[in-house]
Ligand binder design. Structure first.
Ligand code: CA
Length: 228
């Protein structure tokens, strides 16, 4: 089920969107400000974002440029009452994938979201590399340098999830949902930590460059760059 994050300050619009999108089997989350939206993005890794522009606090375009720094590929549809050509051009230049003007036709919004999600899925990758670490999703092979690494199925899925969110923190909640297929993470936190610890041992122990990083308060991240 695709997960959509709605960043929209107008409760009526947000409610309308949530109800409608749930009806077409999307999982929906709502953030009433851009800042909340960015937090939500980190915690829940949605598949696409519907972004309003006139928001309290930071403007939607400002939020979009922050979002793009860490989520290059995430489909974003701007849904705004602003119909000026300038806003549209700026939005698209900042990396929005689509732009719709309010009032809007709901079926059209759904159709456009589906197109964006399809485009995103075509980019599906079955092999990843970072520094001298490589992983093949089909053959389930993992290598660090020339050395093959044996992972348990859970460890493999965690590593795959980290690769699919490369250089972005992945929360324990997301790991619980995507690897253990359970919604609530808290009772699982220790189990997840143990698995990540074992995974890290296998991946990083013999190498100078540590790739699996703990991001305090957020979760874990796969990166070859040192954190501040
Ligand atoms: Ca608004």
């Amino acid at each position: 089920m695709p997960r959509i994050l709605i960043i929209e300050d107008e409760p009526k619009v947000a409610e309308f969107l949530q109800l409608g999108l749930r009806e077409v089997e999307f999982e929906v989350q709502w953030a009433a400000s851009g800042e909340d939206g960015l937090t939500c993005l980190l915690e829940n890794q949605p598949d696409a974002v519907v972004l309003d522009l006139n928001l309290p606090g930071r403007d939607g375009l400002d939020i979009l440029s922050t979002l793009r720094k860490h989520h290059e590929q995430l489909p974003v549809l701007i849904l705004s009452a602003r119909d000026a050509v300038d806003d549209r051009v700026t939005g698209l230049e900042l990396g929005a994938d689509d732009y719709m003007i309010k009032p809007f036709a709901f079926p059209e919004l759904v159709a456009r979201l589906k197109v964006m999600l399809r485009r995103e899925n075509q980019g599906n990758v079955y092999a990843f590399e970072l520094a001298d670490l490589s992983i093949d999703i089909i053959s389930r092979q993992v290598k660090r340098g020339s050395k093959s690494i044996n992972l348990t199925p859970r460890e493999f899925e965690i590593l795959e999830l980290l690769f699919r969110n490369l250089k972005r923190p992945v929360s324990r909640k997301t790991i619980a949902r995507d690897v253990w297929k359970v919604e609530r993470a808290t009772p699982l936190d220790n189990v997840i930590d143990v698995h990540v610890m074992r995974l890290r041992k296998k991946i990083d122990e013999d190498s100078e460059l540590k790739l699996i990083q703990t991001i305090r308060g957020l979760g874990f991240m796969l990166s070859d760059e040192e954190q501040e």
